[in-house]
Design a protein around this ligand. Sequence first.
Ligand SMILES: NC(=O)C1=CN([C@@H]2O[C@H](COP(=O)(O)OP(=O)(O)OC[C@H]3O[C@@H](n4cnc5c(N)ncnc54)[C@H](OP(=O)(O)O)[C@@H]3O)[C@@H](O)[C@H]2O)[C@@H](O)CC1
Ligand SMILES: [K+]
Length: 467
Amino acid sequence: MEPLFTPREMAAIDAAAPNRGTASLDLMENAGRAVTRAILRRYPPCRVLVLAGPGNNGGDGYVAARLLAERGWPVAVAPIARPRAGSDAAIAAARWDGLLVSPETDRIRAADLVIDAVFGSGLAREIAPDIAEQLATAGTLVAIDMPSGVDGATGAIRGFAPRAALTVTFVARKPGHLLYPGRARCGEVVCADIGMPAGAIARIAPTLWRNAPGLWRLPGIAEAGHKYDRGHLTILAGAMPGAAILAANAALRAGAGLVTLSAEQAIAGAPPGLIVRTDRLSDLIADTRRRVWLCGPGLGVERAGAALDALIAAGRAIVADADALTACADAPERLRGVSAITPHEGEFARIFPGIDGDKLSAARAAAARTDTVVVLKGADTVIAAPDGRAAINDNAPPTLATAGCGDTLAGIIAGLLTRKMNPFEAACAAVWLHGEAARRIGPGLIAEDLANALPETIKALAERRSS
Ligand SMILES: NC(=O)C1=CN([C@@H]2O[C@H](COP(=O)(O)OP(=O)(O)OC[C@H]3O[C@@H](n4cnc5c(N)ncnc54)[C@H](OP(=O)(O)O)[C@@H]3O)[C@@H](O)[C@H]2O)[C@@H](O)CC1
Ligand SMILES: [K+]
């Protein structure tokens, strides 16, 4: 499990480190060493300019300058502002006996490598235009902790942020490394162990994780089980049955034992593995073996809304997507009783016009308000549970932004629900599998490919676990 800590949580961890006086200087030394190591591994010796801010981020920069210079690299430090007297950063600055220069743009342009040690987790306001200009002038840039200007808690850019080739952070990644637009400014992210005492880290109970295996586990398939053990999913199919078929195939590949499409009329060309039923919806809902339902893809708004209400009244486990979400525009209370919803940002804004702010906070607020797991989709999908837990996904390639991929995701979540995963873990696992399958397929992906790529994706995951 890889927890993500906000800058505020990091500060609390930092404050909890024992013997703060010396320990915090050691941590700074270790941070500067981690930056140095990451640079040595990636770049040949070259002219380095460190842009150093007034806080500890700048302090890390002075340490890296000293360690690189000790290796014979030509290094200069350009202070953007001086550290406060008596601070750790002031001590680190005093230990730097190399070149101190002013941060003129010509000089920044001439450096082969610029280390951005201006602001890290202490970023408190917008970047001033003169600092923005200095940062913007850099060619190859390595950011310490965070590219200056990226809000570590939200990934928002406060005025300006440079585009780093490499970002070296410490202890744990921050949400801003995974959430756009900040993520696009980070380049490669390295998270270094700087010897933060475990007891200090344990002071913060994580509520946010990077979405990856370990946060969830796919259930095994019982050796002597039959298809009903693995679970039965019913998907409502409408005028555009292709969406339901995509979801159904994905659910089967994710391990559902049986998938039924509930349709108003026969579906021409439905794959042979799917059962199509044209019975009255109320009769199907009354069948208690039909525990899990997917409602929305290709269904039509009116039918989706009515079916959703009936399914909630019957207490079924429901994944609501697409038209079922549109049916709840400005009426989020209608979603209470649903297990998981999968809105993209447009659908989210229509359901929750009163919720704004950053993506992570918005998803959490929506989950709390509807008592539902919210999968707020995008290149940086956020999965939020009503109890405050959340995960940010970062394995989805841009090829997933194509028609039908959302239906497939909803199908995987529903398929995993039939296997008795809890909604938060099912949603996290589905989002990760969806991204990983897409990554394996590569360019030219169409939605149909995703379900077919799931078996090898799941197999590789199992092999990774057992190796
Ligand atoms: N936690 C850990 O485990 C470890 C953390 N470490 C390192 O510490 C870093 C955090 O250090 P930090 O708290 O001193 O904050 P930092 O980012 O240097 O900036 C604060 C200064 O900048 C100023 N300032 C802020 N925004 C500004 C703006 N827009 N424009 C102008 N000024 C602005 C602010 O001024 P003030 O708001 O006080 O007026 C204050 O003077 C962290 O990122 C990591 O690199 C490591 O050393 C090892 C262990
Ligand atoms: K920085």
